[in-house]
Design a protein around this ligand. Sequence first.
Ligand SMILES: [Cu+2]
Length: 183
Amino acid sequence: MRRKAIGFMGPAAIFTAVTLAMTACGQPAETPESNIEDGVQTIAAVTEPVLSEFTLILPAAEGRPAALYGTIGGGTTDDSLTGFAVEGATTELHETVDEDGVMRMTQRPAFALPAGGKIRLEQGGRHGMIFGLPAMDAGTEVPVTLSFAKAGEIVVLAATRARGTMGDVNAMDHGGMDHSQSH
Ligand SMILES: [Cu+2]
């Protein structure tokens, strides 16, 4: 009857046990209430990656790539983002890197997601690149399937936005970059 005994503990008791176990392993002790940063809340007991603020920036012009931005909070175990999928399109993980003062986009096979860590997909940094996206309107939502090495596939709804509507004041615009030179 061991299983019944665990069920009787309730979520609060299990949460405490997980927190204590993590502290014992040398992880920084974190309280759920104090772990809010930039509007993204990560809770120590969450076992799966937490996805938030996912946005799909529509192509600046036909034939240009679209971009995927968002924030992924790590769960209780180390994981990695190995890719993502959008129906009807092909996708790549990209990172914009500074090569001797020239900003270039490089394709990456995966982004590490440490336990309790964070992957921020953003303009001018790591991001998702989408090629051949079917025409769609801004202001809608499109399902994006993220693939993780351990957590498997997680679907998130990304809000579609026209390029230039996210306050990108700098010149780092994918639509204006020569994408063919970056691979
Ligand atoms: Cu890119």
